[in-house]
Design a protein around this ligand. Structure first.
Ligand SMILES: NC(=O)C1=CN([C@@H]2O[C@H](COP(=O)(O)OP(=O)(O)OC[C@H]3O[C@@H](n4cnc5c(N)ncnc54)[C@H](O)[C@@H]3O)[C@@H](O)[C@H]2O)C=CC1
Ligand SMILES: O=C(O)[C@@H](O)C(=O)[C@H](O)[C@@H](O)CO
Length: 309
């Protein structure tokens, strides 16, 4: 595990819960304390996890070479800067085994860009394995190959599936892959509606949770449109509502994320959900309890070898 921040520590707890020996490396001077401080809340959000058992499988070291020297898979969770990740993977490749899978959690940087200066055999082992925060709760991992060898892609998909995740292979490298692009589109319109005074930030969240949030946890956008068409399905929906929906695209907002907008969104969000470490812990624990209950309900319904959420 390279990088022990929000995502790296969460991955470390999940990997450890799966019985893996995890070596976490990060230059932060409070690395051991960061692991010890994060584990109780992480364990609480992983059904059946035990803090002591997790900690026994996690070794923290500021020596990257020591951390990756025997790794089967390296999960990189460093700062979201291309040059940084290029240098980091060059160093990882120098010390990790020649057959190690090299995965980056990156939200928007593509594997081809990270591997641009790396040898072909290293690029063939490098891919994006992008989680959604928090990785130990949200099922999705977007598997986005670059010049990655097919057997490495398959190895990675199997690894994250065995971890209990829902890996989805993305077939083309685009900034933000799929989930983040969808999230960006939604946030853009959300900010536009709040900026116009149509709803407050908290009211928008309620609209989302009371409609699309639950809907898209159970059926996706296309199945939803299909079922919305009744027996006529998506064919009827396209004829019936498709044109109106397309016309509305021209009306969607393009807000500027300028200082007044940022201030308004921040003030409304903090007024609704608090701010600071204590508030973060309280809201994050609530988030994780609700999402785990949802996971249990959804996975409990669709069981069997080909269960998909
Ligand atoms: N925070 C989020 O919601 C999500 C973030 N990601 C991605 O995960 C990656 C990490 O993001 P966060 O955990 O949020 O960032 P973070 O800022 O919480 O953690 C980054 C960590 O990298 C460490 N670091 C800096 N230089 C390093 C080095 N040379 N070697 C090892 N570690 C080093 C820092 O000390 C820090 O602990 C990014 O690529 C981000 O795009 C992916 C999904 C969600
Ligand atoms: O929201 C998430 O968990 C992921 O989509 C992310 O990659 C990050 O939050 C990212 O969107 C921040 O820009």
């Amino acid at each position: 595990m390279v990088g022990a921040g929000t995502i790296g520590l969460a991955w470390a707890a999940l990997f450890a819960h799966a019985g893996l020996e995890v070596r976490v490396t990060d230059p932060r001077d409070d690395l051991d304390a960061a692991v010890d401080d994060a584990l109780p809340m992480l364990a609480e959000s992983i059904p059946g996890a035990d803090v002591t058992a997790l900690r026994s499988r996690i070794t923290a070291t500021d020596d990257l070479a020591e951390a990756v020297e025997n790794a089967q898979l390296v999960q990189e969770n460093g700062p979201e800067r291309l040059e940084f990740k290029q240098q980091l993977f060059a160093e990882i490749a120098r010390h990790a085994p020649a057959d190690a899978v090299l995965a980056s959690s990156s939200s928007g940087i593509v594997a081809s860009a990270i591997a641009a200066e790396l040898d072909e055999d290293v690029a063939a082992r490098l891919l994006i394995a992008h989680p959604f925060n928090p990785p130990q709760v949200v099922p999705l991992v977007e598997i986005v190959p670059g010049a990655t060898a097919e057997e490495v892609v398959q190895q990675a998909i199997a690894f994250y599936r065995d971890l209990g995740k829902t890996p989805v292979r993305i077939h083309k490298e685009v900034d933000g892959s799929v989930a983040n692009r969808l999230q960006s589109a939604l946030l853009r319109e959300s900010i536009s509606l709040v900026q116009q005074g149509v709803v407050s930030a908290e009211e928008l969240d309620t609209v989302m949770k009371a409609s699309l949030g639950g809907r898209y946890a159970t059926i996706g956008p296309f199945e939803s449109f299909h079922l919305g068409g009744g027996p006529g399905g998506i064919r009827h929906m396209m004829a019936h509502l498709g044109v109106g929906m397309a016309d509305r695209w021209a009306e969607l907002g393009r807000p500027e994320l300028d200082e007044p907008t940022i201030t308004s969104i921040v003030e409304q969000t903090e007024a609704a959900y608090g701010a600071g470490p204590e508030s973060y812990r309280e809201r994050a624990r609530l988030r994780d309890r609700k999402h785990n209950a949802l996971n249990h309900a959804l996975f409990g319904i669709e069981t069997g070898a080909d269960a998909t959420i």
